[in-house]
Design a protein around this ligand. Structure first.
Ligand code: HAM
Length: 441
């Protein structure tokens, strides 16, 4: 037990609310998520981009929208010592578009396909699957308007969950463009205004600032009103309608099942046309959105570039990993060490340090515990690690110029020439691999 003073000291330093440590035993899930992201990115020709966690606050105010919850209530924004107004990024798309413009990526052959994997910050109310620092992997295609890209982006998002055998439900909508959305918004506003007194307080506030957001309200009293509300799909202009029909046709072709859902308006202002979310099938609802995205055809020009169509999505890494844990999908285990190097006595320990270097240089998966000196505790560790062989270097071996190889499965110990340690251990490892092979019937 820790002394009282120590316990007290520890309590003073705790995680900031809504943050999470990722401990060593969790890392294999993260490694798996990263490698899956890298694999799918490579397959579909996406290049990695890393943008800073810190940006000028204005970038998010402009891109995500002043009246969104993310900017209005959840952004970690502050003024630094040089009077710059900065913010921890609440999402990844704005920074990617800024980088696209700042580094002249619009001069490359279009579309430019980028992906990222990094932490985002939102001062939301922490709860299961909702953190103040959370991680996202995101894919963005900038410079293409064709519906085929919408379908492909949705397919990629969908594939992440297929890869872990998780049945998901893809919710899709089109929120139109700058020319047809205002017509719908007016219609919606009129409809909602007539029912204002029955709306929740939050929705009443949103009525004038951002009426579209009322459609994805989770408040109970709003539900019957939302169910009867006019739908964007009935107000799409000819081009948006055709675009949406094509997206759905491509999805049919790709055999990606989807559900049309007029409440997928998303919580960020930059979207136009296609919007979508990936939900768990178990608990369909926004709380459990595993990922989401859509077109943002107006964002590049909003941030100072030329009119450039774009689309993308991002998924929450913690939510992805939670789903892995809930299914019986097996994440690859970390490669197990094959050899333990045990040493006894000062001279042996000295020689072991160098031997360890040589063993790793020879490509062998070896572990040690130089802080232990007795043979028993070292063999116990070797047992726990389930290594195949333990190399034992003691006083006698040093004098004789030998080393002992202990087969951990049957306990048989053999003495070999110290100078031949590497070939001898390799020979035994190869033999044990052959023996491990299942018998052919
Ligand atoms: P988003 O829907 O706000 O979209 O976030 C993407 C995903 O991040 C969510 O579906 C969810 O899985 C995860 N997520 C969001 N907030 C939290 C949180 N507080 N805790 C844990 N996980 C969270 C975007 O951010 C857009 N930038 C996506 C996009 C990319 N659209 C186009 N390109």
């Amino acid at each position: 037990m820790l002394p009282k003073k120590e316990v007290k000291k520890r309590k003073e330093f705790q995680l900031v609310k809504g943050m999470k440590d990722i401990l060593p035993e969790e890392q294999r899930y993260w490694d798996f998520a990263r490698s899956l992201v890298d694999r799918l990115a490579r397959q579909y020709g996406f290049k990695k981009i890393e943008t800073p966690i810190l940006e000028f606050s204005d970038l998010f105010v402009r891109a995500v929208g002043q009246t969104t919850d993310i900017v209005e209530k959840e952004m970690y924004a502050f003024t630094d010592q040089g009077d710059d107004h900065l913010a921890l990024r609440p999402e990844g798309t704005a920074g990617v578009v800024r980088a696209y413009l700042e580094h002249g990526l619009q001069t490359l052959p279009q579309p430019v396909k980028l992906f990222y994997f990094g932490p985002m910050f939102r001062r939301d109310n922490p709860q299961a699957g909702r953190f103040r620092q959370h991680w996202q992997f995101g894919f963005e295609v900038i410079g293409e308007t064709d519906a085929i890209i919408d379908a492909q982006i949705i397919l990629i998002a969908y594939k992440f969950y297929q890869a872990i055998n998780l049945p998901v439900s893809l919710q899709i909508n089109s929120i139109g463009c700058l020319s047809c959305r205002p017509v719908f918004e007016n219609e919606l506003k009129d409809y909602l205004k007539k029912r204002k007194s029955k709306l929740s307080i939050i929705s009443q506030e949103r009525l004038f600032k951002n009426p579209l957001r009322i459609l994805d309200s989770k408040e109970k009293e709003d539900q019957p009103i939302i169910a009867e509300a006019p739908q964007q799909i009935d107000f799409l202009c000819e081009e948006c309608k055709n675009h949406f029909i094509q997206v759905l046709e491509y999805l049919d072709e790709l055999e990606v099942p989807y559900a049309l859902n007029s409440s997928i308006v998303r919580g960020l202002d930059y979207y136009s046309r296609t919007t979508f979310e990936i939900w768990t099938q178990k608990e369909e609802g926004r709380q459990s959105a595993l990922g989401g995205g859509g077109r943002y055809d107006g964002l590049v020009s909003l941030l100072g570039g030329l009119e450039t169509p774009a689309i993308g999505f991002a998924c929450g890494v913690e939510r992805f990993i939670n789903q892995i844990k809930e299914t019986d999908f097996k994440v690859p285990e970390e490669a197990r060490p094959e050899i333990f190097l045990a040493q006894l006595g000062a001279a042996a320990r000295k020689k072991s340090v160098l031997l360890f270097e040589e063993l790793t240089k020879a490509g062998l998966k070896v572990v040690e515990n130089f802080s232990k000196s007795g043979l028993k505790p070292q063999l116990e560790i070797a047992d726990k690690l389930k290594v195949k062989f333990t190399l034992i270097l003691g006083q006698k071996e040093i004098i004789d110029g030998t080393i002992m190889i202990r087969d951990m499965e049957n306990g048989i110990q053999e003495v070999v020439d110290f100078g031949k340690t590497i070939p001898e251990i390799k020979k035994r490892l190869e033999k044990s691999v052959v023996n491990d092979q299942p018998e052919k019937v």
